[in-house]
Every structure is written in structure tokens, then in C-alpha cells.
Design a binder for this molecule. Sequence first.
Ligand SMILES: Nc1ncnc2c1ncn2[C@@H]1O[C@H](COP(=O)(O)OP(=O)(O)O)[C@@H](O)[C@H]1O
Ligand SMILES: [Mg+2]
Length: 506
Amino acid sequence: MSAESFIKTMNDGYTFKAESVKIGVGILNGATVPEAGVYLPLKTMNRHGLIAGATGTGKTKTLQVLAEIFSDNSVPVMMIDIKGDLSGLGAPGALNEKIAERYKLLNLDYIPEAYPVEFLSLSAEKGTRLRATVSEFGPILLSKILGLNDTQAGIVAIIFKYCDDNKLPLIDLKDFIKILQYTSNEGKKDIEQLYGKISTTSIGTILRKVVELQQQHADQFFGEPTFEVEDLMRINADGRGMVNILRVTDMQDRPKLFSTFMLQMLDELYASSPEEGDLDKPKLVIFIDEAHLLFSEASDALLQKIETIIKLIRSKGIGIFFSTQNPQDIPANILGQLGMKIQHSLRAFTAADRKNIKTAAENFPLTEFYKTEDLLTQMGIGEAMVSLLNEKGIPTPLVYTLLCSPRSRMDVLSGNEIDAIVSQSKLAAKYNVSLDSLSAYEMLTQKLEQAATGTVIDNKQAGKKEKTILDNPLIKSAMRTATTTLTGYIARSILGSLGLGGHRRR
Ligand SMILES: Nc1ncnc2c1ncn2[C@@H]1O[C@H](COP(=O)(O)OP(=O)(O)O)[C@@H](O)[C@H]1O
Ligand SMILES: [Mg+2]
């Protein structure tokens, strides 16, 4: 194929009406073609994407480059950093011989740059703590995460309703466990009178699954203060989108907790973001590195939920980019919804590998310039096959691309550098406080203690209206101090009973 027709095809394919950013240059017959720039149109970046390739081929650096591009263009970013190798975004890169050579081929100047980063954490790791309450999960999502069947999910729905009706806030897993125990013991008669028979065996199963979640240290995630997702959408004073890096290096052996968190966050983002018309660029882009972890232990119900959210969330201007070794790690229904594909080199060791490569090649647009299947195993580091959606939603021509290098540091930040960033963070100051408000656990414990010691006044005998647990003076005073939480909770409960789910809404 001639270089002229290659240049023409790429120029036609990668010229866009709205803003676009160069990510690399095309390669033909083993040589870069400087005239064949490869551009990323910001407008279609809510159509999601995939960055795939074998270990060491450049996936994480590609994420880094894309995050820089979004931040530069006032698009905030959230990065799920499973291996802890994205912190370098917070410091400027350094020019070396290799990078100088690459940028010469790219026909671009290399300008080192540090990006405004915010470190987030689900556990005791450094950064702003992300937490959510059990009631914010709502019965449906919680049941999905626990992998419950319909009967068990029905019980969870009843328990949520009972807690709503009796103003028992479900904040953390301790609350949820307490109410489950209460339902199968002291509260059984009461609750069954209201809602019908509840199987103790089913409650036992639910309890077991909650404990399983707890064993993955989910306790650290359920609680208060809850993270407001709009805090992910901040723009820096200099107009750059904030790069929120969620450090979850301790999550690799806890896939359940990871998918729990991801789903809740996506659900919350979906529920709290307004429907957007035709935006020129996304409002937020989420990168999920090592995305196979999200799917590896997910139940069918959970997968379906992820699929639905991914389908719907793009109309809210939110793009999701998955990074994983093999495209086949992503369930077909989700893979089919990813508009941008950056495929780094794959390895062909086994028969299964070769089959995967064939499938990957077949999923790319047809090309007259390359033997896609062969090329898929032959590309160098920081090179990839690229195809994305143009502004009409049509795939751009497949192009073998030499990609830019990050302008921020390719290596990680030191512990001290991370500490310095966290200590300056307004978000960390806002969220890294501990709230211990009165919730179902304390309220039920007290109720049971009172029953045991006989301190509860028999209201009927006293001729007063039936008292609720909330009339207890101790609880009343505690409630006064927890008004904000409870007001929010009650508002949410009302929304919940209107069928609006367990979400915080503005
Ligand atoms: N775009 C790039 N420009 C320059 N060097 C790169 C680029 N991509 C990858 N590299 C080099 O390859 C190494 C591995 O890349 P990485 O992104 O960590 O791979 P992966 O995430 O696929 O395992 C990097 O540390 C860097 O030295
Ligand atoms: Mg990586």
C-alpha cells in the first residue's frame, strides 16, 4: 500500500469538527509516518473504551497519557490504580534519550508537566477515604453484591423497609448484621406479623454472605461520612481537570470488595448526575486498570447490572475506560459497548492465546494496510492498534500507532511525595474524620438490653400512645447530635419509598 493513500485515509479518518488531541502517529511498513497523525476526539470519549495488551506492553502508560489529555482539557478523571503505578501523574516527567527519540518521530515537543492529583482510598491507604452507607446501597444492589437469590433478596427488601419504618439507620455492616440477627430472634414475631413468614435458613445464608464480605475488609468501606461523587468532578484553579487516583493496591485478592465498590460508585454517579445532551467533551472519565478483577468473580446479576450502567451512564457524559491484558477478559456484552480500542501487543504462547488473537483481530475494522492478526503479536512497547468512534459514531480506520509518552513522571511518587499531596488535600480534610452516629446496631442493642432489664415502661398500661424506640430519652439526645445524618437518612428513606432507590440526591 502506498504511503499517500495511507496518509489520506488517516487524515480523513482522524480529522474531527470539535476538539481533538494528538495521541501518536501512524506506522506503515514498519516506519512511522509523521503526516499521519492519530487524534482523539474529546466529543466521543463518553462512548467508553478498552486498552488491552500483554504485561509490559504499555497499557498503564497509555492510561497515563490519556488522563493527561483529559486533565489538560478540563475533564476530571478518576483512575482505579490497582498496582499503585499511576501516582507519577503528580510530578513532572524527565526527558531522556528514548523519549527524545520518540517525540522526534511524533513530531511533537516534549514538555514535562505535573498534574493536579488527589489520592483516594477505600481502606487504610494514604488518601481521602471513600465510604458509603448500607442504606445508600439500597436493598437491590446489596442483594446483587451478596449474590442472593430472589427469596433472600425479598428478605433484604423487607429488612430495609422495616428499618425505614422504624427509623433504624443502616450505616455499616455491623448494623445490617444486627438487624439480620434481630429478625431471626427477638424481632421475628414482630416482623413476621407485619410482613409475613421469614425463613430463618435464608437469613442464615444472608448472614454468611455478609460475613464473607466482611472478611474482605468491607467494613472499611461501609460507613460515614459518605463520599459525594460530585467531589470527583472538580476542576483545578488553572482550569485542569483533577486527576483522582484511587489507590487500591490491597484489593487484588479481594475482588468482591472491589466490584462492590465499583458498582456502588457507578450507580451513585448514574443516579446523581443529570442527563446531558450533546456535550463537546465528557464530564468525567473513569479508568479501571486491571479490569479483569471487576469481572472475575461477578455473578450474572452483577454483570447485568454493570452492563446496564455502562450503557446508560454515557448519556450523563461519563466515559469508562477498561484496561486489561486480554479483550476477552471483558464480557462480550460490555466489550461491544466500548467505542475506543487501543490494543497493545498480545502474546501467543498457547492455543487459547492464538484463538484470542484471532478473535481480537476479527473485532477490529477491516484494513487494507495491515495484516491485523500478525501485527497483534509484533508491536513494540508503547505502540498499539487504535480505532475509535468519530463524531458520527462510526469507527475510525484501524491504525498501527506510535503513542506519546506521559509528560508526567513515568515512575511512581515516593511515600513522602504522596504524603505531601495528601496533607494539602481539602478533600482529605473533609472526609478523613470519623463519625460514629447512632444507628441500627446501637438502637437495637439498647432496645434488647432494656427488654432484658425491664426498664421499658408499658406504654399501653400508662394509657399513652404506643412509644417507639425513638422516644427513649437517651436516643433522643443522641439523635439531636446526629440530626444531619438522620435528616439525610430520612430524606433518603422517603425517596426510597417512592421507588427512587437508596441514593443521595441533590
Ligand atoms: N508510551 C510510552 N512511551 C515510553 N515508554 C513506554 C510507553 N509505554 C510503555 N513504556 C515503557 O514500558 C514500560 C511498561 O509499560 P506499562 O505501561 O507499565 O505496561 P503494562 O501496563 O502494559 O504492563 C514502562 O515502564 C515504560 O518504560
Ligand atoms: Mg499496567
